[in-house]
Design a protein around this ligand. Structure first.
Ligand SMILES: Cc1ncc(C[n+]2csc(CCOP(=O)(O)OP(=O)(O)O)c2C)c(N)n1
Length: 582
């Protein structure tokens, strides 16, 4: 029997079938649904960790103990977890450890377009790359076996297109027997698991030797194979790109690589000998292309296909036509449509507490270092209230640095609650330790809203829906040593403006927790206010808060009551008192 599954559902299913019993992750598009799905299978332990490094250590610990484990993250998450990832390659593991990591070509929801295949080479860790959901399921199982056979973590790469597309998956495979009652044993072997230099020096040759053996093994892995075709053109491809290339070059000879690192050199040479021209079709970096070149194989790749952005069959086709690899297809009949797609830039939701905060900050004219989450939308017009955003957790350190750099502006850092718990605590300690005066504002909507409302350590609920201890942000911050800490309801803009001035004038390092639960999460909806069209001057000041239900008509502003959440921010900002709530 087959079932349509997204790549993310299939990764979770494959992990369960493969006997993974511990799964840890921090959410991040496009990977988030993998752990969500995995957590629902019976008999497994799953956790949202505070960040990716923690999730990596948790999965490594389980694998040390002989339990099969999975760790999941988006591509930039591996930057956060890299330190742990690298040591795990040295120590190796006992139970299978699979790291599913999802790249985001085209940056649909990311700050960069890094190609994480480079991490496989960098850390000397094998990497598999599935092309569809069936392979996503199967490759996780294979990765676990490979991990135990070679005692190494194994990376499995996804991309947005694979994670979020649905293709059929065979669901007839038997569900594995529950693990035996016997508790797993952590074998005490300090020379292997304690990575002091003297031990690490002994492990490095093992890593190199293992990589050679993996490359030999790659020669006979059934997921690396040649598909016979004509002798003119040979296409090397992996992942979703394989399907694009199959559509464009139906008659070519193909080398389909299921393992993208290390590569099967003999198989590649055998393939190259069969064709006149070898072309690598791969998104982002010339990762395979460069390795083939190092083998001395003449190959085309990035001279034909772009280095930047996501591929599609039509993009691969037009590049191939331009390079003269195929004839231009007959132009399809032009379909005339009357409708144009409306432009819908992302914006904060009606009733979002972040909006009220940014309105106050904008009015105050402060320099704002931002962070990653829904609140990053505060940068966009008309709010235009964020001046830097780099990566998760950067806001506070950057504000402190700007401050130490000696600018004359008043600087505040704005960070979300999930992001604060991910990587905001250490920079906050830094401000205090190094005698900074930065005011940090935690915009706390009690959710990881941007990636789909995942729980986090501040919400008091686990991924498996258990009630747990919720981190009390105020106590945590006071515990670090901050003396000036205030909690203000984000909707209360007068109080927020007053508190902000008080903190900025204090000359002390300080924290304001701007708190209002995410309206989408709580579904609380107040009655929308009304516009008194006699009083409304149509000055447009209310429109500066960038709230979508406010619509400018010819001579007044109207409120779209279907969209409005009744937060009342527009009531407060209207200088004419023309917007009235009950
Ligand atoms: C290293 C890394 N991991 C994960 C993500 C994905 N991500 C972006 S923002 C965010 C958290 C947002 O939650 P919060 O800070 O509470 O802000 P909100 O969206 O709720 O306003 C996550 C998980 C990322 N961009 N970088």
């Amino acid at each position: 029997m087959k079932k349509l599954m997204t790549g993310n559902e299939a990764f979770a299913y494959g992990a369960y079938l493969g006997g993974v019993r511990v799964g840890a992750a921090y959410p991040g598009t496009p990977s988030s649904e993998i752990l969500d799905n995995f957590s629902k299978y019976p008999g497994v332990f799953a956790e949202w960790s505070p960040n990716e490094k923690v999730s990596m250590d948790v999965a490594i610990g389980a694998a040390y103990a002989g339990t099969r484990a999975m760790c999941v993250m988006k591509h930039v998450g591996l930057n956060v977890a890299a330190d742990s990832f690298f040591y795990a390659v040295y120590t190796g593991v006992k139970g299978g450890l699979v790291i599913v990591c999802a790249d985001d070509p085209d940056m649909h929801s990311s700050q960069n377009e890094q190609d994480n295949r480079n991490y496989a080479k960098f850390a000397k860790c094998p990497m598999l790359e599935p092309s569809d959901s069936e392979e996503a399921k199967q490759f996780v199982g294979m990765a676990l076996d490979l991990s135990e056979q070679f005692e190494t973590p194994v990376l499995v790469r996804s991309v947005t297109r694979l994670s979020h597309s649905s293709t059929p998956v065979d669901v007839t495979e038997a569900v594995p027997a529950p693990p035996s009652e016997e508790l797993p044993l952590f074998e005490r072997d300090a020379q292997r698991y304690v990575m002091v230099p003297s031990n690490a020096r002994r492990r490095h040759p093992i890593v190199e030797e293992r990589l050679k053996k993996l490359a030999e093994h790659a020669e006979s892995m059934p997921i690396n194979y040649i598909e016979p075709g004509n002798g003119e053109l040979g296409i090397v491809s992996a992942g979703v790109n394989y399907y694009y290339a199959k559509e464009v070059f139906p008659d070519a000879t193909f080398l389909k690589l299921g393992m993208v690192y290390p590569l099967p050199e003999k198989l590649i040479r055998e393939f190259a000998a069969k064709v006149k021209t070898v072309v690598v079709v791969e998104e982002l970096d010339p990762f395979l292309e460069e390795q083939l070149r190092l083998m001395g194989i003449e190959v085309k790749g990035k001279d034909i296909f772009p280095l930047i952005g996501e591929f599609s069959p039509s993009l691969v086709r037009s590049c191939a036509v331009e390079a003269g690899l195929i004839e231009a297809p007959e132009a399809p009949p032009e379909i005339k449509t009357e409708l144009e797609r409306p432009v819908r830039p992302p914006m904060l939701c009606p009733g979002c507490g972040h909006r009220a905060l940014f309105h106050v900050l904008k009015e105050a004219g402060v320099l704002i270092t931002g962070d990653i989450g829904c609140y990053t939308l505060g940068w966009a017009p008309p709010l235009s209230a964020m001046h830097t955003t780099g990566c998760m957790g950067a806001s506070i350190g950057v504000a402190h640095g700007i401050d130490k750099g000696g600018v004359k502006d008043e600087v505040v850092a704005v960070i979300g609650d999930s992001t604060f718990l991910h990587s905001g605590i250490h920079p906050l300690i830094d401000v205090l330790y190094n005698q900074g005066v930065t005011t940090t504002i935690i915009s706390d909507n009690s959710a990881t809203a941007m990636t789909g409302f995942q729980e986090h350590p501040g919400t008091g609920i686990t991924i498996q829906d258990q009630t747990t201890t919720a981190v009390d942000l105020e106590k945590l911050i006071r515990g670090i040593g901050f003396e000036k800490v205030d909690v203000v309801d984000s909707y209360d803009i007068e109080k927020m403006a007053e508190t902000l001035q008080d903190h900025l004038k204090s000359g002390m390092p300080s924290v304001i927790i701007a708190r209002h639960p995410c309206v989408l999460n709580t579904r609380v909806r107040e009655k929308p206010p009304e516009v008194d069209v006699e009083l409304c001057l149509n000055c447009g000041i209310c429109l500066d808060i960038g709230c979508s239900p406010l619509v400018q008509e010819e001579d007044h502003v109207r409120i779209d009551t279907l969209l409005c959440n009744g937060c009342g921010l527009c009531v407060k900002v209207c200088p004419q008192e023309a917007i009235i709530s009950e």
